[in-house]
Design a protein around this ligand. Structure first.
Ligand code: MN
Length: 243
């Protein structure tokens, strides 16, 4: 099972969640929202677990944490994974657009300079703006658009820019999203939960809820759950084969 976008450090008991992920052998990309969370979140990578930590600076707090870009640059050589990064065009964050752009471009430039990173990217109400930046920094690495909510035309553009997609249980409930997912290349899809920020059955999603997304993909692709699992594991191997 794969949860390619979870905020392990933001659960009430992060160590308990990390232990359960380790016990279940779940691959988790543990994303961070600030560079200053890097050390603490990295400590959740338990020996023998399949947890990896991503270095991030979330667009919704770009205006508050722009001052941590120096710290971001300090840690970037230590990890092949970057996230959560990106842009958020919702009205309450659009007013900090200049900060968001400055932070996102700085990060893409840094990734570019170091030969590319695997990047988990937020693009809520900002798909075209995110794709514009990815196009401007074509050597920044492999973008994985998490919870893609763009249009069909934007999806086609994202695919042509070699984007991957991580899809979760909450996303796969919506008919519009299911339609988009059915048009994503199957060899560029991974599962995610975005826990604890998303809800499953009225509670915070846990990384092991990624299995719901696997079942939803099986339903969408009309193939058995075991085949979806094999497929996703093969995608992850492919994505990380150069590391
Ligand atoms: Mn997130």
């Amino acid at each position: 099972m794969i949860d390619f976008h979870a905020h392990l450090d933001l659960y009430p008991d992060p160590i308990a969640v990390a232990k359960e992920c380790s016990a279940q052998g779940i691959y988790v990309l543990s994303v961070t929202t600030t560079p200053s969370a890097w050390n603490g979140t990295s400590a959740l990578v338990l020996p023998g677990s399949r947890i990896s930590t991503a270095l991030g600076l979330h667009p919704q707090i770009a205006h508050l944490r722009r001052s941590e870009l120096g710290l971001f640059d300090t840690y970037l050589p230590d990890t092949p994974y970057v996230g959560e990064i990106g842009l958020d065009g919702a009205p309450e964050f659009k007013k900090y657009w200049d900060d968001q752009i400055a932070v996102f471009e700085h990060i893409l430039q840094g990734c570019n300079r170091l030969g590319g990173r695997i990047m988990s990217i937020h693009s809520r109400r900002a798909t075209s703006a995110v794709l514009d930046r990815l196009e401007a920094f074509p050597h920044s690495g492999v973008p994985i658009l998490h919870w893609f909510t763009g249009s069909r035309r934007e999806l086609d553009r994202a695919i042509s820019l070699n984007c991957w997609f991580s899809v979760g249980p909450a996303m796969l409930i919506a008919a519009k999203s299911r339609e988009l997912v059915s048009n994503m290349p199957r060899e560029r899809i991974l599962t995610e939960t975005d826990g604890p920020f998303t809800q499953v059955d009225g509670r915070s999603a846990m990384p092991w809820d990624a299995k719901r997304a696997v079942a939803q993909l099986a339903d969408l692709w009309k193939i058995p759950v075991e085949k979806v699992d094999q497929h996703l594991n093969s995608n992850l191997r492919q994505l990380t084969s150069d590391l």
